[in-house]
Design a protein around this ligand. Structure first.
Ligand code: LLP
Length: 427
């Protein structure tokens, strides 16, 4: 519904004409639609309000931490889920209040933990007993308290890609379910630690509510056990992972998640939190690219359409074999007959692939295409491999557009590189 084909203007993303953006800003170019992002945030927020659930939304900014995106979400009322000191400073810079920030991650450094305590963020999600002790030591040394949730590994299969599942016992994340109560007790005994409760995040791009149900049921048992033992539990952070529809998967439905949370967690009277990233920002972004070459490998094979975006821009297909929708931008292209196409980037790696045997109108050099659902884990995972500068980023709202990050210049790529002074000079 957010992409429509207008017979004169071609492909519209919300109200924005991608043809005009491509013409004005060139390619490859990321486009974030602020209206879509805002609408998605409000849809999620409303789903919980409709169930009269007290749920704080902590945007998992790793999905796309651009300041303009954080600024927009902060104004809508979102907090942030961060995973590094860099993300903490970025969130603060964007005006997100420390009272709305929670900090996840298995390898937080002493410096990062100190910064988190000093800035008095709402919640540190502690992922191990070792981290808990370290945190207590640092908190004592600066004379402040650290509010914590224990991230528990519930050993539940999220039924997603193996590289983005996090809640199985074999994954590095969280404290083993069986040790949870013992570690929570320790949290009570350690100085300068304020235990709030628990956190559970089982993975990403999860389409069904079943794995959430399994994880929440396990958390309910844990919370009841802790309370039976006289330990207070006020908070449950339910993590993120809500899936979107890249291809034929079903998009996770906020109302279904809210209903599930109400049913399973409602009776426990908890402060609830979620950490969605992809669901909010994924469908709010596309990547515009231009066809560079139409390479025929004979009449029996699908031609290779080489485009000017590559795995250094959007690494997801190369990294997770992920499927992204691809649509031509200009209206004339849709008049051409459809055929099976291979769409590839120009980088010297066979994994630099965007699509195999995709049925599309024939694409010719100079044509623009949009790679869909590229707002999450897109620009943030870019690199400059093959000396390819980072793509421009544009934000649109209604029929307005603005550069939110200029295209990197080639010179930028080496401006910080230094030849050691002791290196033999050319004579
Ligand atoms: N909370 C924690 C602790 C996480 O580790 C993650 C994602 C999230 C929340 C947000 O998950 P989301 O709602 O976005 O699914 N680069 C991969 C995804 C990696 C996800 C890492 N953790 C991809 O492109 O599919």
């Amino acid at each position: 519904p957010d992409l429509t084909l207008d017979k004169d203007q071609g492909l519209l993303f919300g109200q924005a004409s991608l043809q005009s953006i491509a013409t004005e800003y060139g390619s490859p170019t990321w486009v974030i639609n602020a209206d879509i992002l805002k609408a998605r945030y409000n849809k999620l927020d409303q789903a919980f309000k409709a169930e009269q659930l007290d749920v704080s939304i902590h945007y998992a900014m790793k999905a796309n931490g651009h300041i303009a995106i954080l600024d927009l979400l902060a104004k809508e009322g979102a907090g942030a889920d961060i995973v590094s000191g860099g993300e903490l400073l970025r969130a603060l810079k964007a005006g997100i209040s420390p009272a709305k920030i929670c900090f996840s991650g298995v390898g937080k450094t002493e410096d990062e933990l100190r910064l988190a305590i000093e800035t008095q963020i709402a919640q540190i999600n502690v992922e191990s007993r070792e981290e808990l002790h370290l945190l207590s030591k640092i908190a004592q040394s600066i004379g402040k308290n650290a509010a914590i949730c224990l991230r528990i590994n519930p050993d539940v299969d999220a039924k997603t890609h193996h590289k983005i599942t996090t809640g199985l016992a074999e994954n590095k994340f969280g404290i083993a379910y069986k040790q949870a109560i013992a570690v929570y007790k320790e949290a009570y005994e350690l100085p300068n630690i304020t235990p709030l409760g628990f956190d559970v995040h089982i993975g990403s791009q999860i389409s069904s509510t079943d794995p959430y149900r399994q994880a929440f049921i396990k958390m309910v048992a844990l919370i009841k056990e802790a309370r039976n033992q006289g330990l207070e539990v006020s908070t449950l952070d339910c993590g993120g992972g809500f899936g979107i529809s890249y291809h034929d998967e079903k998009e996770a439905r906020p109302d279904a998640i809210a209903t599930l949370m109400k049913e399973v967690l409602g009776p426990l009277n908890l402060k609830l939190g979620i950490e969605p990233g992809r669901w909010l920002i994924g469908p709010s972004g596309v990547l515009i690219s231009k066809v560079v070459m139409h390479k025929s490998n004979g009449p029996d094979a699908a031609p290779f359409i080489i485009i000017d975006a590559a795995m250094n821009d959007l690494v997801r297909p190369a990294m997770y074999d992920s499927w992204h929708g691809i649509l031509p931008i200009s209206p004339e292209i849709y008049q051409r007959p459809c055929q099976s196409l291979n769409i590839d980037g120009p980088v010297c790696e066979s994994s630099d692939i965007f699509a195999r045997d995709r049925l599309l109108p024939n694409l010719l050099p100079g044509d623009y295409i949009a790679i869909l659902d590229a707002g999450a884990y897109g620009s943030v995972m870019s690199s400059t491999y093959n000396a390819r500068p980072l793509a421009a980023q544009i934000m649109v709202s209604g029929n307005q557009s603005a550069v939110i990050q200029p295209r990197q210049s080639i010179e930028d790529l080496w401006k910080d590189e230094i030849i050691p002074s002791w290196y033999p000079k050319n004579s």
